[in-house]
Ligand binder design. Structure first.
Ligand code: BES
Ligand code: ZN
Ligand code: ZN
Length: 471
């Protein structure tokens, strides 16, 4: 299986036979008072190193004889400053470490541990990188599976997003899905190429038909308790988005191998759900394509009759994600899921509005929006609810079809995209759409440059709370 193979040595140890090197967090605000209480040689050493306990700043304290590391001081803004731990795995000297924060809760320790684990990641498939020299001792109080599963799921998704298109096209995304299905004995099915038309997925077919790698719809089903609630997850799997005939300018095309991040998020989330044995019937739907410029690619002005019978005039071939999602959403609604969520790197507008870290959430369901918002806040994950502002639907009106696939306006693009998707949802179904942030332009602690999953823990927590006792 792909994923985590880049963590060359394991980032954690369960049983440390060796003495661990303690990492002692010092809250920035308390630093001056704390320093006064230290023995003089230590105080002098800290001053000599100009350590001021700023978030993420660390100071190595040596043994008296100066031949070994005694402990590490780490500056943290407060006990919730997880990312302060994000750079340690790859920066500290060789050794087995342990976080020593006596008054921290288990949750705070777990989050710090996850940040450490995420910081140990390096996408090393195409470049020799320094081996990991550190590992973190997982104390017994921590929920070991929870912490490890999260780090692995996120690193797996990062690998998938970071892989270049020639090594992660529709076929390879199928292999990744198949590996996951096999690991958890889930059923998997695929509808490929021309069969998409036979089975009535015209949007998926139209967007992907211009590629030699055939478009497809991948489906996973897991959980066979008929009484369990049906949870359906849909992920945009555009393995490369050139824009098609409305070709993107080069700077905008540069990272478009990441346009399958929605599918990667769904695979990571599905993995967590199956690992935790959440009592749900899980239905994963990944429409997977490449949006390329070929003689037979779909073109501006084409009119598609979608799975639900609605007609869509193509205003711009670069607004392809919503077309493949639309058919998948219609299909999902046919089984009346208890909760339907889709994940997509759908619009540049969401990035313009919220920047590269914050995921945009759209849903007409206030209760679900509130609960997910609370879980995200508890997990310190950046999420912002955006409005499904109906008057903007006007901008999708075509005179010769039911809708355009996008509006001609530069404004409110993530909202009109979400409104477009909503046209394919059965009114009574609880639906949430995430317009994802999935790419770090620059490395940040725990979040190396490249593909990333920035909103998953809060969502998983929400699902656990909602569904754990559902059967
Ligand atoms: N994959 C892009 C959206 C995107 C852009 C995600 C940049 C992440 C970073 C999507 O398919 C797209 O091209 N959207 C267009 C829509 C427009 C043509 C209406 C956009 O947002 O510019
Ligand atoms: Zn596009
Ligand atoms: Zn796209």
């Amino acid at each position: 299986m792909l994923g985590c193979e880049n963590i060359m040595n394991k980032w954690f140890v369960d049983n440390s036979t060796k003495e661990t090197i303690k990492i002692i967090p010092v809250v920035t605000e308390n630093f001056v008072a704390w320093l006064k209480e230290q023995a003089e040689p230590v105080r002098k050493w800290i001053e000599l190193n100009s350590f001021t306990a700023k978030s993420g700043e660390y100071c190595l304290i040596l043994e008296k004889n100066h031949v070994a590391l005694n402990y590490v001081l780490l500056g943290v803004a407060d006990a919730d400053d997880d990312w302060a731990f994000g750079d340690l795995a790859r920066k500290l000297p060789i050794g087995v470490y342990e976080i020593l924060a006596k008054d921290w809760s288990v949750e705070q320790l777990e989050r710090a541990t996850i940040a450490w684990g995420l910081g140990s990641y390096c996408f090393a498939k195409y470049k020799k990188t320094e081996e990991l020299r550190t590992s973190l001792f997982l104390q017994n109080s921590l929920n070991r599976d929870y912490v490890i599963n999260f780090v692995e799921a996120i690193c797996w998704a990062r690998d998938l997003i970071n892989m270049p298109n020639h090594d992660l096209g529709p076929e390879e995304l199928t292999v990744a899905s198949h590996d996951l299905a096999k690991e958890f004995s889930a059923d998997m099915r695929q509808i490929i190429g021309g069969d998409l038309l036979k089975e009535n997925f015209p949007g998926v077919y139209a967007v992907g038909k211009g590629s030699l790698s055939l478009p497809r719809l991948i489906e996973l089903r897991w959980g066979n308790n008929k009484k369990a609630p049906l949870l359906t997850l849909i992920g945009k799997g555009v393995c490369f988005d050139s824009g098609g005939w409305d070709i993107k300018p080069s700077p905008h095309m540069r990272n478009m191998k990441d346009d399958m991040a929605g599918a990667a998020h769904v695979l990571a989330l599905a993995r967590l759900i199956m690992q935790a044995n959440l009592p749900v019937r899980l239905h994963v739907i990944l429409p997977v394509v490449e949006n390329l410029l070929a003689v037979n690619s779909y073109k501006p002005g084409d009119i598609l009759t979608m799975r639900n019978g609605k007609t869509v005039e193509i205003f711009d071939t670069d607004a392809e994600g919503r077309l493949i999602l639309a058919d998948a959403l219609t299909y999902a609604c046919e089984e009346k899921p208890d909760l339907l969520m889709d994940f997509a790197t759908l619009t540049g507008s969401a990035r313009v509005a919220l920047g590269e870290e914050i995921t945009a959430m759209f849903t007409p369901d206030h209760e679900v929006a509130h609960a997910i918002g609370v879980s995200a806040a508890l997990e310190k994950e950046p999420l912002w609810r955006m409005p499904l502002y109906e008057p903007y639907l006007k901008s999708l009106e075509s005179s010769i079809a039911d809708f355009y696939n996008c509006s001609g306006s530069r404004y409110g693009g993530s909202i009109t995209a979400a409104l477009f998707l909503q046209q394919f949802i059965e009114p009574k179904i609880s639906w949430v759409h995430f317009d994802l942030a999935s790419w770090n332009e620059k490395s940040k602690p725990g979040r190396p440059e490249g593909g990333d999953v920035l909103f998953l823990r809060g969502l998983f927590k929400y699902l656990q709370e909602r569904f754990s006792h559902s059967v």
